[in-house]
Design a binder for this molecule. Structure first.
Ligand SMILES: [Zn+2]
Length: 172
């Protein structure tokens, strides 16, 4: 398997972000490493899955919690690398030799088999990311109590009411 096209081993910022109005939000991962940055756009469901996978793997690897984390800094991307792409797929795992967590992200418009970027992350980083990520994905529009679809603040014509009347957030 081909190695990643870029590696970020000295990550100082790794946070999920969201922009826009409820129902039209966009989501991204914002990463700084040494003098490089990456902006990785993803779908809400991808952010939810990634956050859950982080929580699960953090739990499963907790027995190696005490081992010092040491990323392979010699692999760090060339200075001032700037990446900004929409992700096709994400792979997440734990590297036992370094006790670091790894994310491989593939650019949707990139034909290479190798990941566009590999991020090396500490346990603290993934725990904080997962907490914020789940808060972000769960803070969208409230769900209709009848049909469980999201409702805008102006209400929606509920299929469970045959579309005859609006259901408003907080109703029922
Ligand atoms: Zn409804």
């Amino acid at each position: 398997m081909a190695g990643p096209q870029n590696e970020f081993t000295q990550v100082t910022k790794f946070i999920p972000e969201t922009f826009g109005e409820p129902g039209m939000r966009t989501f991204r991962i914002n990463v700084d490493s040494a003098s490089s940055t990456a902006t990785i756009w993803l779908e809400k469901e991808q952010l939810r899955e990634l956050s859950r996978a982080m929580q699960k793997l953090a739990e499963e690897t907790s027995e190696v919690n005490e081992v010092i984390s040491s990323p392979p800094t010699e692999l760090e991307a060339a200075g001032l690398t700037t990446l900004d792409f929409k992700v096709e797929r994400l792979a997440f795992g734990h590297n036992p030799e370094t006790n670091m967590f790894i994310i491989d992200a593939h650019d949707l418009e990139d034909d290479f088999e190798a990941p566009t970027v590999r991020l090396w992350l500490t346990r603290t980083m993934i725990n904080e990311f997962a907490r914020t990520g789940l808060k972000i994905v769960n803070s969208g529009r409230p769900l209709c109590p009848l049909c469980e679809k999201p409702i805008n603040s102006e209400g929606h014509y509920c299929v469970r009411k045959n579309g005859h009347r609006r259901v408003y957030p907080g109703e029922l």
